[in-house]
Design a binder for this molecule. Structure first.
Ligand SMILES: Nc1ncnc2c1ncn2[C@@H]1O[C@H](COP(=O)(O)OP(=O)(O)OP(=O)(O)O)[C@@H](O)[C@H]1O
Ligand SMILES: [Mg+2]
Length: 313
């Protein structure tokens, strides 16, 4: 039995390359592509596997891209189980523009899942039992899947005593929070959209997280704030960590590495401050690697002692 399970309803074969300058009309000659397995839960599984946690990635898979994605996971030594679907797994295309250092990310909607397929995905996810009783669901929902998919998952896992860690956005996030989850990891943009508030100050952000905890939407809210670090809020307290001053090569996968670091620590039975510290170190480490490569464990270990966590009482 894997310690942790992750579910990725809309996985992607990530294709990353670079070009001199992004401009219209002309052919943009690109460098050799780097291929990685992608999608929120798959990325979290890649991080957990690197950090040494027993993890299994669950996802629907179809077509040639789906097969390629599975091959890449095998090559990385990440355990997985797929639910076959009729459509083709999507590709996500990221391009680094050499002239500016900016990254352009092209994200396709993914295959349409039939009613039978998304219902089977839910059953498939709920069939498995994680050893650490932590289940990570992450990423967007593909076309055809109802907005309450994660809410349904939350209710079924809660009934089975499994704690759901959720990282998603928009209506699927709002619906799941109505059902209640163990831990939610919104970015500032996602929390602003959810609350329809600008959340300009740290005090307002902390209050918004507290109100999610108080109304039972989430036991723990981990709010990631990009270059401003992150907040962790639970009924037991609140903590802030400023971002580490690292040289940013790419921000792709920072959020997924943040979730991976936190889940790694929680699965080991560490406390809130330690979980935040691991999330910060893993996300900062992800910034050091280009494209969709995610964090390297040596970087996480080196950065961990540099994270400053402050209790907000
Ligand atoms: N520019 C940055 N400088 C330093 N740290 C950063 C930077 N961007 C991201 N991080 C680190 O990565 C974590 C996650 O990043 P972020 O808040 O952007 O989440 P995200 O999920 O990637 O965002 P989104 O889903 O909106 O793309 C942050 O909490 C922080 O620790
Ligand atoms: Mg994110």
């Amino acid at each position: 039995m894997a310690d942790i399970l992750t579910l990725t309803p809309n996985p992607a074969l990530d294709v990353f390359t670079s070009t001199a300058r992004v401009q219209p009309t002309h052919k943009l000659r690109c460098g050799a592509p780097l291929l990685h397995p992608g999608g929120g839960g798959i990325n979290v599984a890649r991080v957990l596997a690197r950090l040494g946690t027993g993890v299994r990635a669950l996802f629907p898979s179809g077509g040639v891209a789906g097969q390629q994605l599975c091959g890449l996971l095998e090559a990385e030594g990440v355990a997985y189980e797929t639910l076959p679907i009729a459509g083709s797994t999507r590709e996500s295309f990221s391009v680094r523009e050499e002239a500016s250092g900016q990254e352009y990310r092209f994200v396709l909607p993914g295959p349409t899942l039939s009613d039978a397929e998304w219902q089977a995905s839910l059953d498939f996810a709920c069939l498995h039992r994680p050893g650490a009783r932590l289940f990570v669901a992450s990423g967007s929902l593909p076309p055809g899947v109802p907005d309450d998919f994660y809410a349904r998952l939350a209710r079924r896992l809660a009934a089975a005593g499994v704690r759901l860690v959720l990282d998603t956005s928009g209506p699927p996030l709002a619906a799941a929070l109505d059902a209640g989850v163990h831990l939610v990891k919104p970015s500032l943009r996602e929390l602003q959209e959810l609350t329809a508030q600008p959340l300009a100050t740290m005090a307002q952000r902390e209050a918004a997280c507290r109100s999610l905890v108080e109304r039972g939407s989430a036991g723990i809210v981990a709010l990631s704030l990009g270059a401003e670090g992150a907040l962790l809020v639970s009924a037991q307290g609140a903590w802030h960590a400023p971002a580490l001053p690292v040289q940013v090569v790419s921000t792709i996968g920072a959020g997924d590495s943040f979730v991976g670091g936190m889940v790694f620590a929680f699965a080991r039975g560490e406390d809130f401050a330690a979980a935040l510290r691991h999330g910060m170190a893993a996300s900062a480490a992800a910034l050091l690697s280009g494209g969709t490569a995610l964090c390297q464990p040596e970087d996480v270990a080196r950065l961990l002692p540099q994270v400053q966590v402050r209790s907000l009482g």
